[in-house]
Design a protein around this ligand. Structure first.
Ligand code: NAD
Ligand code: TYD
Length: 338
């Protein structure tokens, strides 16, 4: 199987590329990535070394339809997995231009390019956030309404609608996957868990929005990858699959667990101004993936969090290098100086 992975230099994409190349000798990966602030070739140095015969990288933009067409042809691609996106809700609140460009126009360019290729499958990597927010009860299922609240989730929802429309109109074999919050190695420190870990390591305040009562469902990145691998092999075109971690936690609890694992004082927790339009709770019903394809998440949160903390402790050079001026300026704008 020859896969075009887009956004493979980011967090989930790089974990997925490593995961599939390790698991299946018959898989080759072409990685197309624009290398935005979130894209980092360092995430794949080991992959370049170990799998040089089955892996190649192209620096480019998913909005560039001609480039995508060329890559599909030259690499004899049979499946596309589209991870490329602008992904941070807080940045989308500051300015959503790049989100509309990559997540909507970029996905449309990929879908258009795919129309001319003889693809077996196009997987659009989406998010639970397109469903909006839950109250204290219930879970999102695949039939739940699309009700996005942030510019980020609205742009991902638009991409989902386009993907569905290309299946209905042109019979393009598209599958949409919607996953909950991922954590694990190589995650850019703007997101909650790596932000908590990197700040706690340096004894810096852990910023918690509002009262810390918002709930996210956490999944280890490798579990997300195993779900995508299963869907690549056995998913049905035209279907939507929810992917979840079965692990709902309040943000405050996550912060306390990080501090406890690092033996740091809970007094580092600092309550800061809430995010505008902050979704209260996400929870995923992934019965369909479980019963139809036999997938379940394998990693317990405590174990995965410990492994993730160990990774950040061992990779402080990586952390230092991703703390670029751009990131420190962003951090200061959001939280004050670091
Ligand atoms: P990330 O921000 O870590 O990485 C995104 C990658 O996409 C980067 O390598 C970046 O350079 C690349 N990219 C951005 N714009 C591009 C463009 N125009 N052309 C080519 N490449 C481009 O993101 P992530 O957290 O790994 O998320 C990957 C995907 O999974 C996204 O589609 C996201 O919506 C989805 N998702 C993420 C989570 C999560 O918890 N992080 C949960 C569910 C779904
Ligand atoms: P985040 O990692 O940005 O993911 P998402 O908003 O896409 O779910 O945030 C996860 C949760 O953590 C969310 O409820 C917002 C909260 N949060 C904080 O409390 N403090 C922070 O500094 C960040 C970045 C997030």
């Amino acid at each position: 199987m020859n896969i075009l992975v887009t956004g493979g230099a980011g967090f989930i994409g790089s974990n997925f590329v490593r995961f599939v190349l390790k698991r299946d000798q018959n898989v080759s990966v072409t990685n197309l990535d624009k290398l935005t602030y979130a894209g980092n070739l360092e995430n794949l140095f080991d992959v370049e070394e170990k799998f040089s015969e089955r892996y190649n990288f192209h620096h480019g933009d998913i909005c560039d339809k001609l480039l995508v067409k060329r890559l599909l042809k030259e690499n004899d691609i049979d499946c596309i997995v589209n991870f490329a996106a602008e992904t941070h809700v807080d940045r989308s609140i500051i300015d959503s231009d790049a989100f509309i460009r990559t997540n909507v126009i970029g996905t449309k360019a990929l879908l258009d390019a795919a129309l001319d290729a003889d693809l077996r499958l196009f997987i659009q990597i989406s998010t639970d956030e397109v469903y909006g927010s839950l109250g204290q009860d219930g879970k999102f299922c695949e039939e739940s309404g699309i009700d996005p609240n942030s510019p980020y989730s609205a742009s991902k929802a638009a991409a989902d609608h386009l993907s569905r429309a290309y299946f209905k109109t042109y019979k393009l074999p598209v599958i949409i996957t919607r996953c909950s919050n991922n954590y694990g190695p190589y995650q850019f420190p703007e997101k909650l868990i790596p932000l908590l870990i990197t700040n706690a390591i340096e004894n810096k305040p852990l910023p918690i929005y509002g009262a810390g009562k918002n709930i996210r469902d956490w999944i280890y990145a490798d579990d997300h990858s195993s779900a995508i691998e299963m869907i690549l092999n056995s998913g049905i075109p035209g279907e939507v699959y929810n992917i979840g971690g079965d692990c709902e936690l309040e943000n405050l609890t996550v912060a306390e667990m990080v501090l406890d694992l690092l033996a740091k004082p809970r007094s580092l927790i600092t309550f800061v101004k809430d995010r505008p339009g902050h979704d209260l709770r996400y929870a995923m019903d992934f019965t369909k993936l479980k019963t139809e394809l036999g997938w379940s998440p394998a990693m317990r949160f405590e174990t995965g969090l410990k492994q993730t903390i160990d990774w950040y402790l061992k990779n402080q050079d990586w952390v230092a290098r991703v703390f670029t001026k751009e990131y420190l300026d962003y951090y200061e704008q959001n939280y004050g100086s670091r």
